[in-house]
Write a protein that binds this ligand. Sequence first.
Ligand code: PAF
Length: 282
Amino acid sequence: MQIINTVSDLRALIKAWRRSGESIAFVPTMGNLHAGHIDLVNKAKICADRVVVSIFVNPTQFGEGEDFLTYPRTEQADQSQLEVVGVDALFLPAVEDIYSPNAATSITVNGLSERYCGAFRPGHFSGVATVVCKLFNIVQPDKALFGLKDFQQLTVIKSMVQDLNIPVEIISVDTVREASGLALSSRNGYLTDLEKQLAPELYKVLCAAKAAILQGELNITEIEQQAIKKLEFYGFKPDYLSICRSQDLSPATSKDIELVVLVAAKLGKTRLIDNLCFSKVI
Ligand code: PAF
């Protein structure tokens, strides 16, 4: 695995691969890799000749008072894992390589970026869209892989790619969960032992909301409110729990078929997000 720190070195390597006709799959990450990331890498290996992974804790997607400074940075362990799975290149840029001090351009996917997590983390999705667009311009991959765990992020990125005619195929990959149902996340490491026991309730509540819809409950607001009450009972402080159309994340009506239940809730100091995507047609 080649470890590359600068944009110019990565461009040179990619140029050489392109010259020999090789295709490229890209997995952008913020590091602290877990089985969910490794699954993305393994899927990337199947769909292209070369795999590039980036590790970059992107400052512009963290708001004031969020965990940018304390976000887990585990570079050595990450490198070893990527080496074992057989990544071709690991891109580890410094903040100055990605953002010049006088940068004046950013990308916002309007509307979508202000709802759900965007309402609680103003500017977050602009930071994500901007860095992903920049990484796409640097790597110029054929395909890029993202986890369904960050469903709103994935929807924002798909919209950006479509709106800006970016020639990258976005591949979404299922969420990897612990046996308890808890979705793997780098932020799970912040949970105390007690919180770790309670955290799987988040997924159970999503499953119960899905079951209510499939059993014919038509009152979406009622299902959302019941779910929020259950979360509060287990000690979560929910930011939102919303049943949406999976296509565009607009609020679902009882007539919609392709749905996603999105949730974000704090458990102690840790903000957890999860979702469950399903069809009413079986
Ligand atoms: O999902 C993440 O890890 C980040 O939001 C991403 C896509 C790497 C952009 O910084």
